[in-house]
Design a protein around this ligand. Sequence first.
Ligand code: 13P
Length: 249
Amino acid sequence: MNKIIIANFKMNKTSTETKDYLVRLLSRFDNAGDDRLMLCLPYTSLAIGKFMLEGSKIELCAQNMSEEDEGRCTGEISGRMLKDAGVEYVIIGHSERRKKFKEDSRIINKKIKSALKNGLGVILCVGESLADRNTLKTLDVLKEQIEDALKGLYENELEKIIIAYEPVWAISSGKTPTSKEVEKAFKGIRKIIAADFSAKAGEEIAIVYGGSIDVKNARQFADVKGGNGLLVGGASLDAATLMQIVAVV
Ligand code: 13P
């Protein structure tokens, strides 16, 4: 099956830096390849991203959105605005937002519904903390996070959802779980979706792994049974490195 590679720039790169990056990326990117490449840019880089990715199959994505469509939410950006900016998918529920911005499951569920209503796909991030892992609660945490996030969704809406399994302790730490642990998590996620929606939905949901991916380990984690690709943070910030990751998976 074709792989999905998602790059999350986080709070990095001005629009000028994104432009230089995209010049380099596009000179190396094979538009005829079968894999999906999705770039989650900062809001201020979306306009240049849209302009430069025109005609390329690289997908323009964002990293967050408001749960509201419009109104008195100073500083926020809505799904409606992202759609208008040419965005196709948006990350929701990243652990950095859950922690730093206190995003709870109720807000994450509202954001997902608003994204879908506005015609956006969702990259839903889930994953356990180190304490959860050490107390063997990984699968319980995944179940709670996924069920809360997807509450009230119709099965056909899952087509537009990619679940990113990102153990919180593996993000930017240089530490990763074993392939077996990731395989177990993927299997658990498919089981949760199968139980809540249908066996077919459990088989078909797209799942990627994220957390300290680099050129050396990309292939190993892209090949984990039950997975569909990778979510890459730090290593995606250099265009040549991201293209090496795309090449090895
Ligand atoms: P790193 O690849 O830098 O560990 O980040 C992972 C991540 O949080 C992507 O969303």
